[in-house]
Design a protein. Sequence first.
Lengths: 197, 311
Amino acid sequence: MKKVVDARGLACPQPVLMTKEALESIEEGVITVLVDNMASRENVKRFAQRMGCTVDVSERDGAFELKIVKGFTCELPQYQGEPEKAEEGPVILITSDKLGEEEELGHLLMKGFISTLKEATRKPSKLLFMNTGVYLTVEGSPVLEALRELEAKGVEIYSCGTCLDYFNLKDKLAVGHITNMYDTVEGLTGARLVVRV
Amino acid sequence: MARALGSLDLPHDPRLLVGLTTGDDAGVYKIREDLALIQTIDFITPVVDDPFFFGQIAAANALSDVYAMGGDPLMAMNVVCFPACKLDMGVLGEILKGGLSKVKEAGAVLVGGHSVDDLELKYGLSVTGVVHPEKVVTNAGARPEDLLFLTKPLGLGVVATAIKGGLAEPPVAEKVGKIMATLNRDSSREMLKRGVHACTDVTGFGLVGHGLEMARASGVTLEIELDMLPIIKEALEYAAMGLIPAGAYDNQECYREGVDYAREPGDLEMFLYDPQTSGGLLIALPPDTARDFPWPCIGRVVEGEGRIRLV
């Protein structure tokens, strides 16, 4: 949320009063105050700092521009999307109901993998099931119990809607939520670490 | 201002005891061996909302220069700039009543005045005072070992800014208004009893600005004890909020180079440069008569080259 206060050409204490009003009107955000003299620049800066905000002063076209940040405790995010959580675990993308080529071994390995996930030192933040992977989140899946345990521990479980449709499994979803391609893309591109199995 | 005055061709007159050349508070002209006239003029824009109160403050401000020279006010005339189309004449009536109350208190006579129509309201007085030619107190007599006193607290400009911004609580505005409306007469009379060496009133250029005038005219250095400065305590909070008049920054820019920061003033810095409306007197008293002078001691005079040192 950005707001610009143009206090150029105004005498003390107008710039401070205008800044005060602008800061009081927001919970959190960035206010840009423009002044054209040193006294106002110093006064607005003092006021903002007294209010616990951070101030950045720059000069532009003969005027002073003060960027006052209220509320944020770190720099403004430079990207769209969720702000990163420092402790967020990896996103695991599961595109098959088996781990590896061989059929029987693959199913066994996948069951073992999902069951062991709940013991992982760094718990995954999300499990994304696509293609035949959706067979693992529907009724009759050999790993349902393990997945439900993971979900209870805060791991988000998503199954691709298109895939569920394709295999006629939409009404058989037994754990987690249906997701669409947009959320899948967001979830993958916004993640710190993606593990594909 | 120095530039504007610098181009004037001023005649020399031996009866002029104090004139433009010494940057003092008023002009002093010898009439007889035992009588000299003091002439001064001062007018200001409003610093409080109440017109009567403003009139009192403006009058006290104008009369102060006479007291700074050790004299007594004799006659005064009103100086008025009034936006007749914006303000009611009743407002002017109240301002003049306030001014007159102070002229009377000073024992002087109001003999007339002049007013012009102006977009911005201003009021003050032109004042004539009297003083014995040998007892004129200038800002040029301060000597090493003198003690320095300040008769009104600092921060009047900051509070005036807070009042202007509607951020000063009424009791604070009232308390500070009364300080500004106080005549400098009592301290002037007391300093004369004690053989004062130098005096100037602290007004628009702030303590440092006027202090430097005294230091330079006297050829000494003024040592100011930061811990001993009387400061209006609410003004400290207002200053932290950025309610500092533009004049304070101008004064700082202008006079900073005359100051030795032997000690960092921190939050007190802007108070050194804060322009005072109807401020107190800065007095240099000889050490043997300075004891029990009933106003705050803020430092001392030392050998030096016309500078101020903060300690």
